[in-house]
Design a protein around this ligand. Sequence first.
Ligand code: TXA
Ligand code: MG
Length: 401
Amino acid sequence: MTIETKYWPAELSRAGIEEAAAAIAAGGVVAFPTETVYGLGGDARSTEAVGRIFAAKGRPSDNPLIVHLARGASVAGLAKEVGAVEAALMEAFWPGPLTLVLPVREGAVSPLVTAGLDTVAVRVPAHELARELIERAGCPVAAPSANRSGRPSPTRARHVLEDLDGRIDGVLDGGATGVGLESTVVRVVDGTIYILRPGGVTREKLREAVGGLAVVAEETKEGDRRTGAADAGVRIGAGAPGSLSIGANAARLTGTEANAVRPAGTEANAAYPVGTEAPRSPGVKYTHYAPRGEMLLVNGEGDPLREAVRKLASQAADAGRRVAVLSCSEHAAGYTADAVFDCGPRGEPEKAAQTLYAALRECDEKGVDYIVAEGYSEDGIGAALMNRLRKAAGGREIFVP
Ligand code: TXA
Ligand code: MG
């Protein structure tokens, strides 16, 4: 069924906030900007509203939603208890791109929000429009990213409409979002902070805020370090058909194709031998952020990286594919492809984080069917950026020595 989706432009945001808040209060679902990506919000207490969010996105019902609050103090209404470490994290990072997974207070939100878990994910966004909207709606607002499931998260109102026009009650335009990647999701267990999803609040910042505590980057440990060379349409090594040779030792592959299809969390790793309980986010098992084209992530530095990317792009073009390259500013002018995206200076991964999702969407629009993306260092926001690049690449990743 198609419904009319209202559009509230940035200039009218005052009036827009009023109308959008009224819609949420009445059980509607409305998209709004946050400092990370656009969210699709509805009253977290209403099973009907939350059901509409899942339906509009086409989201699997076992993937729980983040509840957004206007102020940290309201967390008491949602969580059964808030530990000292969690309290310190809220103090340090709220409002901001940090989501905390807490034991849920029974009956505080619809069971659809938590997908039946005994925990609830909560955050206070740093975006003025978002907080005002929530405040005026007068309820906790459940809001996943406002994209169709499996599409890149929206960083502009236009992206929301591309995916959800006719399926939601409205979108509040606040311009381009700041961080460009989703919030960091953490859970604290026995004095250890587990990062279930890397994001705008970096591991380094978390460590700094809670000096002395262990911070474990859960999702980046496994499941994302997967490579499917065959999948990538690239054969590496002498003799293979269509062999790609980018140096004596060619590229080093990590993992196997089998790894690429194994859901994260089904295997032992150094941090969690099989049998131990490690907190996990249901979201990690889904392939997110996937562009329609095939993507290959290429790690390396300097000339060898440039050379490899150039070869991969021209090889794919020769094979008749429509090719895009996601490049740092320093390398962009040296690449030839159907589209070359300048994702900012190599030393500023924040820029690449801001542009990634828009670039992936543009690749889709342009009918690109092969994307070669340069990898980044995993420091700071680089960890979240690489996590999303790996997901977009579906595990197709190579390392250039
Ligand atoms: O930046 C963001 O977090 C954006 C904006 C709109 O706030 N929201 C967002 O929501 O990215 P969504 O639904 O796309 O991602 C929520 C993530 C999923 O990976 C989900 O599995 C996880 O949070 N999550 C939600 N509730 C959880 C829980 N109780 N335990 C563990 N993970 C949870
Ligand atoms: Mg999402």
